[in-house]
Each structure stands twice: as structure tokens, then as C-alpha cells.
Ligand binder design. Structure first.
Ligand SMILES: [Zn+2]
Length: 290
């Protein structure tokens, strides 16, 4: 199962989403030899970005990255409008990684950066300090600060699959008539029931079965599921462009030693090889500015 599915509760302003990823998640973690606890945290990041990407109304890429001064140097996940997911973590391999990760320890004085990169238009970044010991708490805090829409997220990962459940209370409807029948306790009741979800349920049950288990007394409207997969946005051209930020003298040195410059994408392990001829634009450009 690699899919995301939206749902809403009839006669309420509560909407939700559920994501479950097996192969797509395994495709992400197999690129590197991660310790299990980092593998699980990366799975939570991947599940979270899938959920958040689906509610952001933009045509483009959403990414979420945490950085800090702990043993975990950086961890990030990204999702585009075609449900392509990728993610990566970097840690200090000289330090021992605990079996259970507390975000505060892993990323000391850390912060979470959420970046929206639309296909057209400019990039937008939101930054929040990392509070709480889990990613779910940090995301709830992010929503509180930025969107002001009450939102909750439940995330799970066991190293084989990752999954998540997201709930959000939308602003009151504009429709005057509907307000009279409004279900005032819906948010409290629905989030309370979601809090009883078990990790194993998030990681194995089909969405319909999961929602039935949690909400058999509610009228739940299910939308069509969308397939998700691992996918990397790297390309020869983008890699070449990224090389422009490397010092021209360093590039020339490598060219002299090795005859060409080879670089490997950290997300998908694709290797790109560039000859001096191909790099001449970059080397030439920098020569003018130095
Ligand atoms: Zn790649």
C-alpha cells in the first residue's frame, strides 16, 4: 500500500487524511545504511510531508527539513504535486545513536523549516523552533503559529512501513443556515477518538478499515485514494547548476586529477559525470567574477 486518502465527517467542519507507505518508504531508506531509530524518524518525516503536501493548495514541491546541533545533523522529506516522495537524513556517525529518538536530544536547539516551491512564483519558507519531543508535536505547533487552524497529526513508522493520520478543523462555514445544525463538539470528539489509534493500525489497516475502527458512529465521507511513490527530482541539468556554487579552482583541481567530475545524488544514488567541456560554462562564469 502506497496511498493517501482524504475524508471528511458529515455535518462537521472537520476534514482529514490518511497516508500509508510501504514500498515507497523502503525505496527511500534503502539508499543509505541508517540506524533503525533514524530510519523510523525519517519515515515519520515522509508520512508527514505526504499529508501536508496534500492540504497545501499549490502546484509544486513542499519540503520539510529539521536542523540542529545534536547528533542528527539534518533530516528532510519532500513531496511534489505528482505524489513523488524523497527524503534523507544525515547524522554524526562518530556518535552513538539511541534506540529511541527524542527530537530535542537529536537536534539540539533545532528548528523546522517548511518550504513551498511553487512551479510558478516565488518560494515561501516558514520556520518554527522545535518544541516537544516528537515530530507530531512540532507540526501541531507549526500550524498553531502559521495557519491558526486547529490541526493534529499522528505518525508511525516501524522501519518497514510508515503511516499517518491528519485532522484539521476548518473555519466555520459561511452558510448561515448550516450554523444552526453545527456539531460544536465534533473537533473534540473526533480528535479524542483519533488519539486511541495504535501504531500497528496506522501501519497495516486499509484507510476504510482504520476509519471504521475509529469512527463507526460517525458518518465519514471518503474521497478517492491517490497513489504515492518514491521519486527524485534530480537531473543532469540541475546537478550542473548546483555545481556553480562550488569554487572554480576546486573544480579545476579535481578535473586535473581525475579528468572529469563525478557527483552522486544523495536521494536516489544516481551518478552524474561531467567533463571539462561541460563544466566550461561554470568555470568561465566564475573566472569573470573573481
Ligand atoms: Zn536524485
Amino acid at each position: 500500500m502506497n496511498e493517501i486518502q482524504r475524508f471528511s465527517f458529515d455535518n462537521t467542519n472537520v476534514r482529514g487524511e490518511r497516508v500509508i507507505l510501504t514500498d515507497a518508504y523502503q525505496d527511500i531508506i534503502k539508499r543509505k545504511n541508517y540506524p533503525l531509530s533514524i530510519e523510523k524518524l525519517l519515515g515519520e518525516f515522509v508520512a508527514a510531508i505526504a499529508l501536508l503536501r496534500d492540504i497545501v493548495k499549490i502546484d509544486g514541491v513542499l519540503s520539510m527539513q529539521a536542523k540542529g546541533n545534536g547528533f542528527l545533523e539534518t533530516i528532510m522529506a519532500e513531496c511534489d504535486e505528482l505524489q513523488n516522495l524523497r527524503g534523507i537524513a544525515q547524522w554524526d556517525e562518530t556518535q552513538s545513536v539511541p534506540n529511541e529518538i527524542d527530537l530535542q536530544d537529536a537536534l539540539k536547539d533545532g528548528y523546522l523549516v517548511i518550504t513551498i516551491t511553487p512551479k510558478n512564483g516565488s518560494r515561501y519558507q516558514g520556520i518554527v523552533e522545535l518544541v516537544g519531543s516528537t515530530l507530531s508535536e512540532c507540526i501541531a505547533q507549526y500550524f498553531l503559529q502559521s495557519e491558526q487552524l486547529p490541526s493534529r497529526v499522528w505518525l508511525a513508522c516501524d522501519g518497514t512501513a510508515c503511516g499517518g493520520l491528519f485532522l484539521q478543523s476548518l473555519p466555520e462555514g459561511q452558510d448561515q443556515d448550516s450554523n444552526e445544525n453545527e456539531d460544536k463538539d465534533a473537533w473534540t470528539r473526533i480528535t479524542h477518538l483519533a488519539s486511541t489509534v495504535k501504531q500497528e493500525e496506522l501501519l497495516t489497516l486499509q484507510t476504510e478499515a482504520l476509519l471504521h475502527r475509529l469512527y463507526h458512529e460517525e458518518v465519514v465521507l471518503l474521497y478517492s485514494p491517490k497513489e504515492m511513490q518514491f521519486g527524485c527530482s534530480c537531473s543532469r541539468q540541475r546537478t550542473l547548476e548546483a555545481m556553480a556554487s562550488i569554487n572554480a579552482d576546486e573544480l579545476r583541481e579535481i578535473l586535473i586529477e581525475q579528468g572529469s567530475i563525478s557527483t552522486t545524488c544523495a536521494f536516489c544514488a544516481e551518478t552524474y559525470d561531467f567533463t571539462e567541456n561541460e563544466l566550461s560554462v561554470i568555470l568561465g562564469d566564475q573566472a569573470h567574477t573573481h
